[in-house]
Ligand binder design. Sequence first.
Ligand SMILES: NC(=O)c1ccc[n+]([C@@H]2O[C@H](COP(=O)([O-])OP(=O)(O)OC[C@H]3O[C@@H](n4cnc5c(N)ncnc54)[C@H](O)[C@@H]3O)[C@@H](O)[C@H]2O)c1
Length: 257
Amino acid sequence: MDISDQVVVVSGGASGLGSACVQHFWAAGANVAVFDINAQGSHRIKPQSSHGKIGFYDVDVTSVAAISVAIEAAASELGDIRACINCAGIAPAGKTVGRDGALDLEKFRKVIDVNLLGSFNVLRLAAEKMLELDPVNSEGARGVIINTASVAAFDGQVGQAAYAASKGGVVSMTLPIARDLGTRGVRVNTIAPGVFNTPMMEAMPDKVKEPLEQAVQFPKRLGLPAEFAKLAAHIVENDYLNGEVIRLDGGIRMTPR
Ligand SMILES: NC(=O)c1ccc[n+]([C@@H]2O[C@H](COP(=O)([O-])OP(=O)(O)OC[C@H]3O[C@@H](n4cnc5c(N)ncnc54)[C@H](O)[C@@H]3O)[C@@H](O)[C@H]2O)c1
């Protein structure tokens, strides 16, 4: 699908992988709607006249009302929403039973709420909007949705029960959503990143980061956010890619710790 002059919604677009997607699609001529609670991060992206339009929406992906309003606003301010990339996420760690006792259920719930329900909340409302549009080609294509899971969905580490469960949910919902929307011209795919050099990772101490780099098969480094954006762009462009979960991880297989 050609995305120039169309709208791409990017949740979590103020930082890391989402921010790389914002830059990539924007430079490619799309109008981009950034959905994020981090308004400060959003303002680091500087509008350039040669690029498409960009809109910042200070919204929490878990809010039904706020996302509903933001989708309407993005459509009226920026144009037809043809792509939705879900990057908003959190990754707090916590063992099932740690030094202070059993993991607080509210902490577990919060991770599911943001990573799983938040992704579904944004995509369901973006998809509803896509279905109102005329197809862009004779095959009936109307739009594309990309979710972000994690390799933790497959090999979650110690302390990642909540995070792995949330990302496992994102992986599992990919095919049924693709089936729900496929008859109406919307494709759905999920990227499962390995370890990427974003603020989420920068917050981790070197003693955590270095072994992760060594565990990558090749190349032995963290992934670059631009490499994530390139795959997202390929998914948007390639009309035959649907219902799939793609690992983007340099061949890493996570060890227990
Ligand atoms: N960085 C990695 O190594 C890595 C690996 C696997 C998966 N991922 C996943 O990729 C996605 C992006 O990660 P990142 O590394 O770019 O993280 P990041 O922390 O750099 O960016 C995440 C963005 O999401 C936003 N966000 C968080 N909660 C939100 C909410 N409730 N509503 C709206 N926005 C919210 C944050 O403000 C931030 O701008 C996440 O879903 C993460 O789980 C990252």
